[in-house]
Design a protein around this ligand. Structure first.
Ligand SMILES: C[S@@+](CC[C@H](N)C(=O)[O-])C[C@H]1O[C@@H](n2cnc3c(N)ncnc32)[C@H](O)[C@@H]1O
Length: 201
């Protein structure tokens, strides 16, 4: 008896993504992927511009989310120092948990390393990955919270290169050469997106 494997097209929601990088990696693998963000998409493709919470309860096979990290990451802990910022922190945790608790069997949320108070609220991550494990000359600890999904395996280890400035400061080249704006720095690395599509698609 021969075994016929049938590949199934997955319905993938990429939450909080304007770049379309993860969406397009899944589309290249033949899946139905749609990104959703309050912002328009950078590249033409299936995109819902609006609040992702409004589309969470559609039937998705896989949800990959990049919720805002402004109040959750380690660097933020230093300046959550007013009652208003504490409320914003609580709201960021609640948003993260709504994505995490979506009615979907497979969920991956991605964020930088959280500070202790955030970790207490949103729970511990499953895995830490680095762009240099996926073909990029860039160091940035990236945490994945995984439900119903395997760990990502490194696909291409890159030796980091460095830049020394005139005043003697040393930076990793990838970080130094990336424009200093939030949008450029929050875009998902294509090597990581391809690894997600290979592994989970
Ligand atoms: C850290 S960025 C992630 C960017 C992503 N890695 C990419 O490559 O496009 C977080 C994103 O969450 C979006 N966002 C925040 N609240 C949202 C909501 N309620 N619904 C949809 N997107 C939201 C922001 O507009 C922002 O683009």
């Amino acid at each position: 008896m021969s075994v016929v494997s049938v590949e199934r097209r997955l319905d993938v929601l990429v939450a909080c993504e304007y770049s379309g990088v993860v969406r397009d990696a899944f589309i290249r693998k033949g899946h139905n992927a749609v990104s959703c963000d309050l912002l328009p998409t950078d590249f033409f493709g299936p995109h819902i511009q609006g609040d992702v919470l409004q589309v969470l309860d559609r039937r998705w096979d896989l949800i990959i989310g990049h919720p805002p990290c402004q109040y959750l990451c380690r660097q933020a802990s230093r300046w959550i120092d007013t009652p208003v910022k504490r409320i914003l922190f609580k709201q960021a945790c609640a948003f993260f948990l709504k994505l995490w608790n979506a009615d979907c069997e497979c969920v991956c949320l991605e964020n930088p390393v959280p500070h202790l108070a955030a970790k207490k609220e949103i729970g511990d991550y499953s895995q830490i990955i680095q762009p240099w494990q996926f073909g990029h000359d860039y160091s940035k600890k990236t945490c994945l919270w995984l439900r119903g999904l395997d760990f990502l395996e490194p696909t291409e280890i890159v030796q980091l290169t460095y830049v020394t400035t005139k005043n003697g400061r040393r930076y990793t080249r990838g970080w130094y050469e990336t424009p200093r704006n939030t949008k450029a720095r929050s875009r998902t690395f294509p090597g990581i997106a391809d690894a997600m599509a290979d592994r989970w698609g």
